[in-house]
Design a protein around this ligand. Sequence first.
Ligand code: FAD
Length: 467
Amino acid sequence: MNGYFNKVSGKDVEFYEKLLGSKNLSISEEELVTNSIDAYPGMFYKPEIVLWPETSEQVSSILRYSYDRLIPVYLRGGGTGLTGTVPIYGGVLINLVKMNKILTVYEEDMQVVVQPGIVYNTLNKELEKYDLFFPPDPSSGSVCTIGGMVASNASGLKAVKYGTTKDYVLGLEVVLPDGKIVKLGSRTFKYSTGFDLLKMMVGSQGTLGVFTEITLRLKHLPEYIETGVAFFPSIERAVKTVYQIIRNGIDVAAIEFIDEQMIKVVSEFKKLQLPESKAMLLIEAHGTEASVSETMKRCVRIMKDNEAVEIRVAKDIEEREKLWAARKGAYPATLRLGKYMIISDVVVPISKLLDAVLNSYEIGRKYGIEVQVIGHFGDGNLHVHWTSRDDKEKIGLLHQANEMLAKWVIEVGGSVSGEHGIGVEKKKFMKIQHGEAYKMMLDVKRLLDPRCILSPGIIFDLEEVVH
Ligand SMILES: Cc1cc2nc3c(=O)[nH]c(=O)nc-3n(C[C@H](O)[C@H](O)[C@H](O)COP(=O)(O)OP(=O)(O)OC[C@H]3O[C@@H](n4cnc5c(N)ncnc54)[C@H](O)[C@@H]3O)c2cc1C
């Protein structure tokens, strides 16, 4: 639908400048280019102007004006999204990083109210003073923002114990596409007061509104943490270990899986000298010293029963960080390895984990591409890295392989995304994943944004929203 939107004119720039002041807007090539990508490879679309609002009212005015003028608006926090949520129709990019304050800490209620642009690690550093933290620990935590996390329903390494971002969002102030400001949710842990519009907003990837204030529930920092790794002679044994830990209700905070290829890649990249094996599991337990020690004992017993060839338990923080380095270094390590890479984010019922890994290898063989598998196996989430070292011709094959796995995952009752979201990258799976319910999602989008000015082309094709 080329020509549907208006271009940003000189008059529009004047309006935005009057609203925000010249220091909070840019049309310089450097800023446009910087804001034209996220972490999904190969997508580059420049906005026509970048805006840095500092208040909810400014966001509201930007949207009201852009809605009337039919100018597309995109949103950006840390820009670490992995699904291509970039300004594909140009227009305005609202960069929220200047809205980065902690507004209130309700220490007794274990809650915090923040602006969306605060970075995950910065928030948790501040919350340490209160012995509190916001648990969903994405590997991108040093850069990604809370707004981006809520919009993606991000999670990460500890979801098996603590859940995902949606489990922590109690309230949202949302600026709707036409500029109206609404407050959703409450400061209570439960409510039963009509449709749950709050949860509908979580994971909406900037398509339904701009989050300008976020109320999060928090957890106490764990008193004691222990981390261990184990290496297995087969994928089957590693997966069986995961299954037995979960099935026995053992309270682990993380169970991360790394396969043989990824062990090699990351070992070389991080100089870790990890033993050669078919699979590695990283397990972490949080709680009191006594409960953690009991948890680790039970895990080690299961690992040994499953013929783990080597088990290492960290003795101090430094060692713990070293063990985590293997897992956290996986993404940059494969980026170095392959010139072209895409990552799947599929989730399966845990009884299907083994099939999912073996199937990924089979698909890799079929298309002649390299495959490395890591994942948050405690919650059935696999990140299959499809890589091609140099061969540009193979980019299409990476996508075909990814697509084949995604379709299989849907067939076995899984989901095409566990934490990264849909963006542009996974739009093609929406109808297969949701069937009739996809039309309901489209109707919601049309209701809140009938002109489709907010993040057009993300999750939904523009043509589907406006006829
Ligand atoms: C190295 C690396 C590791 C990663 N590891 C993980 C991981 O372990 N777990 C995980 O879940 N993800 C992970 N990700 C993906 C990504 O970091 C997360 O999705 C993160 O939550 C995105 O936050 P951001 O601030 O960077 O958002 P951005 O990339 O800036 O934006 C992401 C989406 O959020 C929307 N958005 C941003 N701010 C707002 C707002 N205020 N209101 C409404 N919508 C908004 C945007 O429109 C966009 O659709 C990783 C990415 C990288 C590059």
